[in-house]
Each structure stands twice: as C-alpha cells, then as structure tokens.
Design a protein around this ligand. Structure first.
Ligand code: GUN
Length: 282
C-alpha cells in the first residue's frame, strides 16, 4: 500500500482564499484590515524564512503586517517595552514574537507579557490552559492547523488511538490537548518514554513533533495509520521530517510530506487567529 499524500499547501491555500474573501467583505463594510505585529530578533536563517512566509501570507489575505526586525543585541527591557506598547495599541490585533529568541533574552517572560487577547500564536499560559480545559480561545497554530487538516481530509479522530511523539510546551502538549478534545485516546511520548516503537505501532494516528530527522521509523507505523509529521529538520541542503517518510508511506493510509505538509497549515492558522483576534476586540 502507498499512502495518500495530505497536501497541506493546497488545504492552507483554500483557507487563505476564504480568509481573503472574508477580510475583503469586512473592508467593504468599513472595518479596517486586521493588523499583525511580527517581531524577529537577530538573524537566525530558519527564523528569517519562517517570518518571511508569515509576512507573505499576511499580504496575500489582506492582513497588515507590522515589521519589527530587531538586532540580536536588543535588550530584555527594550523588548518588554515594545510588547507593552503593542499590547496598548488598539490598531494592533495580534503580536507574534518569533521563537527562539537569541541569548540572553528570557523568552518565557516575553511570551507571558503578550496580552492573551493578542496572543495569536496561542503560546500564553492562559491560552494553553483554556485549551487544556476544553474552552479554547487562541489555539497554538501548528496543533490547530493539524486538526483543520485532518478535518479537511475527512479523517475521523473521535474514538481513535493517537500518539504524539514529543511533549514541548508549544507543539507536543497542545497537540495532545487538541486530539483529546477531538475525542481521541492520546498517548504522549517524551524523552523518558520506554518502547516508543510499541506506542506508535498501537496507534491509528501518529503525530511526530520531536525535531529529530527520521526519528520515527517507517516500520513502526501500523498498516492504515494516519501519519502527521510536524518536524522540519535541515540536513545539508534538504528539509527532512521527523518520520522516515519513504518507508512509512508504505504502511500509512495518509501521510504528510515535509515540506508542504503541516508548515503551510501553521501559517494559515496564524492568519485566521489574527482575524479572530480582531473580531474579538470589536
Ligand atoms: N518558531 C518556530 N515555529 C514558531 C511558531 O509557530 N511561532 C513562533 N512565534 N515562533 C516559532
């Protein structure tokens, strides 16, 4: 069996088209375009690519993106002042600080300072807590994007056994909360987990979010399982996922490619979260 590819780029583009129409309609009704502040500190090449993708998506749908490209020497106090100013600016709907921040900036403290009402990344403890309690407001873009992708493909989640390989605060954990909220029985694997292979093999839905190239072996995938690869690892001049794609695709029923799978869904979800932020504030 060869799995059906889940075309994240196509699903994300459809979402962006819908958003573009909705924002244009709101503009006709006299509502200003949503505005997203995108803050990049330093010049990490991967972060620069991600931020440029987000800014391009803003342009595509009619979200005003406010650029804050700051030097790596930016101090904690300067960055905190900027967040404070943006929190208090009624013309700004969403604030995104691209992670990781360079040393010695305290990223957790910066993310905690973003108003939960403008936290379109869904990283604030209040928004993560609301998701854990099944009362989501802003949902982390990558996990929420995965749910939207599964919905678009009409893949059933409720009642399925799902495994999330990875337990980071901003991806793995909210991914498990999302799957749980959608009715799956969820196993979360992390650095202390024993026999990850067995946990993956017993799962109908496998989500890999570890950030290690091909860590999840293709032979671990049960026949007919759905495989979602969140990893984007640069190896030489190639981008490689967390799943051993070439083998996994022979066992899976559906699988996401890297690139062109989850990545575009993250960006599209950020756009819809930004529009939601504006709607909530009006
Ligand atoms: N760094 C890698 N992915 C992301 C993301 O989705 N949001 C932010 N803010 N930083 C990231």
């Amino acid at each position: 069996m060869t799995a059906q590819l889940i075309d994240g780029k196509l699903i994300a583009n459809n979402l962006l088209e819908d958003l573009k129409k909705e924002i244009a309609k709101r503009e006709e009704d006299g509502i200003r375009n949503p505005a997203l502040a995108v803050i990049l500190v330093g010049d990490d090449p991967a972060s620069t690519v991600y931020v440029n993708n987000k800014r391009r998506a803003c342009e595509k749908v009619g979200i005003k993106s406010l650029f804050y490209d700051l030097p790596a020497t930016t101090t904690q106090i300067e960055l905190e002042k900027l967040i404070d100013d943006l929190n208090n600016d009624s013309g700004v709907d969403g604030i995104l600080v691209q992670s990781p921040l360079p040393d010695p900036l305290d990223e957790d403290r910066i993310l905690d300072l973003i108003s939960p009402d403008k936290d379109v990344d869904g990283f604030h403890p209040i928004n993560l807590g609301l998701l854990a309690m099944r009362q989501p407001k802003f949902r982390s873009c990558t996990p929420y994007g995965v749910i939207k992708m599964l919905k678009a493909m009409e893949i059933e989640i409720s009642g399925k056994d799902a495994v999330v390989v990875g337990a980071s605060n901003h991806v793995g954990r909210p991914m498990a909360f999302e799957l749980l909220m959608a009715g799956a029985t969820v196993t979360q694997c992390h650095s202390k987990t024993q026999n990850i292979q067995d946990k993956v093999y017993n799962s109908d839905i496998v989500v890999a979010a570890v950030g290690r190239p091909e860590m999840v072996k293709g032979s671990w995938i049960k026949k007919g399982a759905v495989v979602i690869d969140i990893g984007i690892n640069r190896v030489g001049d190639k981008l490689i996922g967390d799943v051993e794609f070439e083998v996994a695709k022979n066992n899976a029923s559906f699988i996401t490619p890297v690139p062109g799978g989850v990545g575009p869904m993250t960006v599209a979800t950020l756009m819809s979260n930004t529009l939601d932020a504006q709607k909530n504030s009006l």
